[in-house]
Design a protein around this ligand. Structure first.
Ligand code: SF4
Length: 622
């Protein structure tokens, strides 16, 4: 995607070059970004990164906040929420009261609160269990690192034991609060009893290792310096390099309220808020999402932030108290329609999501799905500059959205296309391999024949690769196994005998190795050795109801994109490849291993695969 920016601040030019080439920004670059007065160019650079990562999508979730108690053993200087037991306004919710706040339409409950002096450990676990039992489709995001550390010390459990027991009880992810800003100076001054950077990062690392993804925040706009903000971002970026377990980053604007740290009227300016969002997007090159938390930013600033690097609006946020007790002027919840309108007005696709950022509903038309893996990049370089709206989405989700008529076109997983043949028209393009794919891999501890009866973890992103694996196991090797779904993102693989990974995650693990697994099988190689045919993983298709002129337009764009990619193969996907640690040569070699046009052999391979799928279904029905 090319974009011209007319810079007023020449100091931004070398940074822009780095951004376009996918190079990591330094602390010094961050300083230049914070200091610039060329705010629009800063926003455009961040928007460039945002579009590369998220296309035109802006996510929101139907969520409810529950703050179980405001009674807290600590007294942080900036906190207007906490009180002591017996104080006026102190409250302690029963589990029945918590359940009464939830409804089946909500997808996420966000639970944080005071550190209660008397509640027993069992009460926290019971909260998780009861919510999970009564609302099984609701994902629980609960407890900041400060709360986890409090449980660890109070109940004499290790951090991992605390997290593991909460996970078993139903907790899915962790919110990002409690870090405030990673500066010992600020911590000593404002919240000396709270944990510092080291323990906060250790707790999130432990969560990621246990397969609990988390989020991260920064509280800015109080006494912190620009350098302290940048240190904070760089520390988070380092942990994300290690674990890949952060889902989003949320800059939280400090609300002065009656804290006495700053006069009540000295809230952050809109320029400072937008700069914070944009710099976060540019510095945190390995974070999937940056959130414009409208509760603290106000609706107006959050809406501008959607063109300054933010791709998430949080959600409807029923029941928020912490920010409002500190003086936030936004309403305490927002209707879904209002969120959708704000996102649409910013020229984006409103995407209702679940806790893992899987799209559930789209609230706009003319959307083209984009597989967010390196191997599909050659198709999209040209689309980005046309009128189509682009939604990056995993192959499996693309199938689900298409089945409910929410996508006009996309690069569909072959299985999804075959399931929806009646409503989809296949175009001339595909993702097929020659003899190896390098990004659909089974990491195993056993040879094929020894996998009998074993448990294989499969990533929730893929339909075709899972069916290909099943066919290879059952039809080629005569082996039956148990498949268990995993979420994309962080996972604890220790319970599996083998795991199937696809896309960028597979490429990364192929290069760096996957701890605990010795053998790596490339499924395309297996297919090729067996059938002497390339394997077709995905095909371009468009809904039959789309007008013919738009179908033609799409076909033209794809053709042009591929031609440009083939003419300039060394420049394709370089910034994307850098994100997963591939060199320029490795990227060229990887992309050259694909065939992007459907020919005779690809059609034959699709037929063979379809026959085997039918046989497999017949066997499974017996
Ligand atoms: S910020 Fe959190 S830990 Fe500190 S006083 Fe408030 S509720 Fe307690």
């Amino acid at each position: 995607m090319n974009q011209e920016i007319h810079f007023r601040d020449a100091l931004l030019l070398p940074i822009w070059k780095k951004v376009q080439e996918g190079e990591r920004l330094s602390h010094e670059d961050g300083r230049t970004l914070f200091r610039t007065n060329d705010v629009l160019s800063l926003g455009k650079m961040a928007h460039f990164v945002q579009k590369n990562r998220s296309g035109d999508a802006v996510y929101f979730v139907l969520n409810q906040k529950i703050e179980p108690t405001n009674v807290c053993v600590l007294s942080c200087k900036f906190c207007n929420f906490a009180v002591k037991q017996g104080d006026a306004g102190a409250y302690e919710m029963t589990i029945a009261e918590m359940l009464a706040k939830l409804t089946p339409d909500i997808h996420e409950v966000h639970m944080t609160g005071g550190l209660h002096p008397d509640w027993p450990w069992e009460y926290y676990l019971e909260m998780m269990r009861k919510i999970h039992m009564n609302f099984p489709n609701l994902d629980i995001k609960a407890f900041t690192a400060v709360e986890i550390d409090f449980f660890h010390r109070k109940f004499k459990l290790s951090i991992k034991e605390v997290l593991h027991e909460l996970k078993e009880a139903g907790m899915r992810t962790m919110p990002g609060g409690g870090a405030e800003v990673f500066s010992e100076r600020v911590r000593k001054e404002l919240f000396p009893q709270k944990i510092g950077a080291g323990p906060w990062l250790d707790i999130h690392r432990a969560a990621h290792e246990l397969g609990i993804p988390s989020n991260a925040t920064i509280l800015y706009g109080h006494i912190e310096t620009i350098d302290e903000r940048l240190d904070h971002l760089i520390k988070l970026r380092g942990l994300q390099d290690e674990t890949g377990g952060f889902l989003s980053f949320i800059p939280l604007a400090f609300q002065p309220g009656d804290t006495g740290i700053k006069p009540r009227e000295q809230f952050t300016s809109a320029i400072d808020d937008l700069k914070m969002i944009a710099v976060s997007r540019l510095m945190l090159d390995n974070f999937p999402h940056i959130k414009a938390y409208w509760v603290m930013l106000t609706e107006e600033v959050a809406s501008v932030a959607l063109n300054f690097g933010a791709d998430d609006m949080d959600g409807t946020v029923g029941g928020e108290r912490i920010a409002h007790d500190a003086g936030a002027i936004s309403p305490s919840s927002m209707a879904k329609d209002q969120l959708i309108k704000i996102i649409r007005d910013a020229g984006k696709i409103p995407v209702e999501r679940d806790i893992y950022y899987n799209p559930i509903n789209l609230y706009t038309k003319n959307v083209v799905g984009k597989i967010p893996y390196l191997n599909s990049v050659p198709f999209y370089e040209n689309i980005e500059r046309r009128q189509f709206k682009i939604l990056p989405v995993t192959p499996r989700r693309m199938g689900v959205l298409s089945a409910s008529g929410m996508l006009d076109a996309g690069l569909f997983s072959l299985v999804n296309y075959l399931q929806q043949q009646e409503r989809l028209e296949m175009l001339e393009y595909c993702i097929a391999t020659r003899d190896q794919v390098k990004s659909v891999l089974l990491f195993s501890n056993h040879g094929w024949h020894d996998l009998e009866g074993k448990t294989i973890g499969i990533i929730d992103d893929t339909a075709t690769s899972v069916m290909l694996l099943k066919i290879l196991l059952q039809k080629r090797y005569g082996v039956r196994t148990v498949f268990k779904r995993m979420n994309s993102g962080v996972n604890d693989y220790s319970e599996f005998d083998a795991v199937l990974l696809i896309g960028d995650e597979a490429l990364r693990s192929r290069k760096n190795g996957l701890a605990g697994f010795e053998i790596v099988y490339d499924l395309a190689t297996e297919w090729y050795q067996w059938k002497k045919l390339p394997f077709v993983f995905a095909v371009w298709a468009v809904q039959s109801t789309v007008p013919q002129d738009r179908k033609n337009e799409l076909q033209d764009i794809l053709q042009q994109s591929l031609r440009r990619a083939e003419e300039n193969v060394t420049a394709v996907g370089t910034s994307h490849a850098k994100r997963i640690g591939l060199s320029a040569d490795e990227t060229v070699e990887y992309l050259e291993g694909f065939n992007y046009r459907i020919g005779k052999r690809e059609r034959l391979s699709i037929e063979r695969f379809q026959e085997l799928l039918l046989e497999l279904e017949r066997i499974e029905q017996l």
